[in-house]
Design a protein around this ligand. Structure first.
Ligand SMILES: Cc1cc2nc3c(=O)[nH]c(=O)nc-3n(C[C@H](O)[C@H](O)[C@H](O)COP(=O)(O)OP(=O)(O)OC[C@H]3O[C@@H](n4cnc5c(N)ncnc54)[C@H](O)[C@@H]3O)c2cc1C
Ligand code: SF4
Length: 520
């Protein structure tokens, strides 16, 4: 009897879990798993070298593990001679090779890839089933239903629904401790000498070393260096990172969530985003483990609630938001910002000590922690009026955890307010005072944070008022911002002119980034 035709299961680079909807319940002798390293994905922006190495290494380790467990894996390497360079091309070739009775694929995380997948049923002479990605707590349909009748979308209300849905930190139908959100207890400034225990770094094994050599060879002109590569590339390594976070950093995560310290690249943050986004860790399992620490008295509520909020709140919320507002979100520019990205976003060569440190961490590690991304790099981009498309590309390129579904809402909507306020109730604009309060950057900066205008003044101070003045018509109507204009008006015209002149003079000095880094 001829063997029955198999099911072809393409597994994408950020779907590295045995618990994927397309793999669950499948039999080994009835399945061919297809994994593809393709040029389209490696080059649609010029990703940081560590990001490419991380994804390819994690894919190769995952394939090896499945193969060892008896699964049939068809693995396409980037440099295979006949590699067509695209997912669609590779699935077409795999259909010819395996003559499957159907293709089963889990929906893609990025809009661009999902568009291509949705064309497959018409393109291929073989049934294609596209399954929902049920690794998320909230499906796209559920998010749309939640969003449908609301005038404004706010993460806080979505988050409460997710708390109720999971039962995480719930005491019956009430939130644990009486409050839903302990954000106000997540803002301790760093005390002198604040530093966190070192996160685990993993020595590259033979597979990772081979990938590193590939990336050095093929992507030599991409940003970053691979010398310090230490990312977890397997589930076991990711679990080790999670164990270390929960034991050593979680208790302080809440207090110092918004703190920044010169040279301390990740403080008490978990460093788990790369592993969660690849599929190596289950986000809900992490939240349950964190909640257990609270109930066992090992971590305070402000830490555990803060961590859970980031995952079942922000992470789920931005994913729903992305699918609701794509493809428009990519080209939104509500504040009509057009200034080119400055060169120092790549080199870190600026006298602004906060920016220089955040860019250095970004280039060295393919990572910067949340408050650096939001209140230093993002805040500058907002108040200097940088072009949203260029800023989006930069964030997508430089971070090892960056996939468009999570990067774009954070950048376009949270940081740049380019969506006109669908995500955030007001722009996250701040002067140097905020950075000074939450960091130790300013004491050794060339600029003086207490000086507001003129020679040697912190540029964030004048840029802040320049931004507020430029967008007065729109922001004055926002009752969370309007009172700021009373302060502005009280300054009088002469002082206002000093702020505006100072900002203009600083903006004149910005050197646009050289070509060659961004979208090809
Ligand atoms: C402008 C900007 C761009 C960002 N781009 C990305 C990105 O491309 N990829 C990415 O995964 N995160 C992004 N974030 C969110 C956040 O900064 C990173 O998830 C975090 O810094 C990763 O480090 P960590 O694992 O130590 O996070 P922790 O601070 O330990 O937080 C725990 C987890 O919560 C989740 N999380 C926290 N904040 C957010 C958020 N705002 N949106 C979604 N998930 C969140 C992540 O999974 C993270 O691992 C961005 C934030 C900003 C402000
Ligand atoms: S003084 Fe201004 S530019 Fe310098 S570190 Fe502080 S906020 Fe940044």
């Amino acid at each position: 009897m001829p063997l029955p035709k198999p099911i072809l299961v393409p597994v994408l680079g950020d779907q590295l879990t045995r618990n994927l909807a397309s793999l669950r319940g499948r039999e080994k002798d009835d399945t061919v798993i297809l994994m593809m390293e393709v040029w389209d994905e490696a080059t649609y922006v010029k990703h940081h070298k560590q990001k490419i190495a991380l994804i390819f290494s994690a894919m190769r380790h995952f394939a090896g593990k499945l193969r060892a467990a008896g699964w049939t894996i068809d693995y396409i390497h980037l440099t295979d001679q006949d590699n067509s360079g695209s997912f669609t091309g590779e699935v077409a070739r795999a259909i010819e090779r395996h003559d499957p009775r159907a293709v089963h694929i889990v929906e893609a995380g990025e809009w661009r890839v999902q568009q291509a997948i949705e064309e497959w049923p018409d393109k291929f002479d073989c049934p294609v089933e596209i399954l929902p990605d049920d690794r998320y707590l909230c499906s796209i349909a559920e998010f749309n239903q939640w969003a449908e009748d609301r005038k404004t979308l706010r993460m806080e209300f979505f988050y409460r629904e997710m708390r109720r849905k999971t039962g995480l930190l719930m005491d019956g139908d009430k939130p644990e401790g009486g409050e839903w959100n302990y954000d106000s207890e997540n803002r301790k400034p760093p005390k002198d000498g604040l530093s966190a225990p070192q996160r685990p770094l993993f020595e590259p094994d033979a597979i990772t070393r081979e990938v590193i050599a590939l990336v050095e060879g093929q992507f030599a002109d991409h940003v970053g260096s691979l010398d310090s590569f230490g990312w977890p590339v397997t589930r076991d390594e990711a679990e080790d990172t999670a164990d270390a976070f929960i034991a050593e950093r979680l208790p302080c995560f809440g207090d110092y969530q918004d703190a920044m310290v010169y040279g301390e690249d990740d403080l008490f943050h978990s460093m788990l985003s790369t592993s969660i986004n690849l599929g190596l860790l289950d986000p809900i399992d992490l939240c349950e483990r964190a909640a257990k620490e609270y109930y066992e008295g090992n971590a305070p509520l402000n830490a555990v609630e803060g961590f859970i909020r980031q995952i079942i709140g922000w992470r789920e919320y931005v994913r729903g938001f992305y699918w609701r507002f794509m493809p428009g979100l990519e080209s939104d520019n509500a504040l009509d910002a057009h200034r080119p990205l400055p060169e120092f976003y790549w080199t870190g060569e600026t006298d602004m000590r906060c920016m220089a440190d955040a860019v250095r961490s970004t280039v060295d590690n393919a990572h910067a922690h949340h408050i650096q991304r939001l209140m230093v790099l993002g805040n500058f981009a907002l108040i200097a009026g940088l072009d949203p498309r260029q800023v989006q590309d930069w964030y997508l390129i430089v971070y090892a955890d960056a996939y468009q579904w999570v990067e774009l809402p954070n950048v376009a909507a949270m940081v740049l307010y380019a969506d006109g306020g669908k995500l955030a109730s007001k722009p996250y604009a701040a002067s140097g005072n905020y950075i000074n309060k939450m960091s130790n950057y300013c004491s050794d900066c060339v600029y003086s944070v207490s000086k507001k205008t003129g020679e040697g003044a912190c540029p964030f101070n004048a840029l802040y008022w320049h931004f507020m003045d430029q967008h007065r018509e729109r922001l004055e109507k926002n009752n969370r911002v309007s009172r700021i204009y009373s302060n502005w008006d009280r300054m009088g015209e002469e002082r206002q002119a000093e702020y505006l002149d100072s900002a203009e003079a600083f903006l004149e000095t910005l050197e646009p980034a050289k070509d060659g880094w961004a979208r090809d």
